[in-house]
Design a protein around this ligand. Structure first.
Ligand SMILES: [Zn+2]
Length: 304
């Protein structure tokens, strides 16, 4: 589950992912929070990234919910049985999983028979690649770069973090509405009786506006940068796993340079959930170079 590798051709895939994400959040709202709250600390440090994360849901819960989304997307989008794609992807995936020290877990791969330059991962180690993504890559190393990125979403626990963020956002909206509403209502009650009715009407309108503003603030102020942070984090984790798996990590730089050349017109980066491809290439290059300069101390973390 990620927003990644966005190109002009991938709007359908993006929409599909948003629908899947929404379904996950709806599933959680229907009872996930209580289960997650039992025995799960709110914040924990991710060993792969060294970052603190708010986690309100367990990976296994997400994995169970994602099973339906995975089956759904495979039934609605034609998949390829061509071993030149499927075998190639599995070979690269298993190598990257080993590089990420995740080879003892079960991984599912699917190649979708569409000319879209995109790939995604759903909770439960389910990795989907569109044929267009594989065709766009010059070599196995570049595919390994995308695979590494997807595995980075898994080890970065980005799905659980993002869903937890959404849940926390919903709670904040509810909290803000109650606060704003009760303050306004108290003010209305202090007014003379003949002015109270109009005041209560204004209060309820204000509550609706407040609700909307908070919701928008959360989407733009929290969710967008959060998502871009995950993309950048996954890029670096991906390069690390490429290196550990014996691939040439610099090929991930080349891939994002190619992406930048292929999709020159983009919305301003500030409004986008995805980092600019040229910037991704630069950040990856700087990270890989820094690891090489560190010598035997390199490739240990994603800190630059
Ligand atoms: Zn991604």
């Amino acid at each position: 589950m990620c927003g990644c590798h966005d190109t002009d051709e991938s709007h359908d895939a993006e929409t599909q992912k948003i629908v899947e994400r929404r379904r996950l959040v709806q599933g959680l709202a229907a009872g996930g929070l209580l289960t997650a709250g039992a025995g799960l600390p709110g914040c924990s440090t991710n060993p792969e990234t060294g970052r603190s994360q708010l986690l309100l849901v367990r990976g296994e819960q997400l994995s169970q919910m994602a099973a339906a989304s995975w089956a759904d997307v495979k039934s609605k989008t034609p998949t390829s049985n061509d071993p030149r794609y499927t075998r190639r992807l599995k070979t690269i995936g298993d190598r990257i999983a080993r590089g990420a020290n995740k080879h003892n877990e079960r991984w599912d791969y699917a190649v979708f028979d569409q000319n879209t330059r995109n790939a995604f991962v759903l909770p439960g180690n389910r990795v989907g690649f569109y044929k267009g993504m594989m065709d766009f890559a010059d070599n196995d190393d570049q595919i390994a770069g995308i695979m590494g990125h997807e595995v980075g979403h898994v080890t970065g626990r980005h799905a659980a973090a993002r869903v937890s963020q959404q849940m926390a956002g919903q709670l904040a909206i509810a909290g803000g509405t109650i606060l704003g509403g009760s303050q306004l209502q108290r003010r209305c009650r202090s007014l003379p009786a003949n002015q109270q009715r109009a005041c209560f009407q204004r209060a309820s309108q204000n509550t609706r506006l407040l609700n909307g503003a908070l919701g928008m603030g959360i989407s733009l102020g929290v969710l967008l940068p959060y998502s871009r942070q995950h993309e950048s984090e996954s890029d670096l984790l991906g390069a690390k796993y490429m290196h550990k798996a014996g691939y040439d990590a610099y090929q991930s730089v080349r891939l994002w340079e190619k992406m930048a050349e292929a999709s020159p017109s983009r919305q301003p980066e500030l409004l986008s959930t995805h980092p600019d491809p040229a910037r991704r290439a630069r950040d990856l290059h700087n990270y890989i170079k820094a690891q090489e300069d560190l010598g035997s101390q390199g490739w240990d973390s994603i800190k630059t």
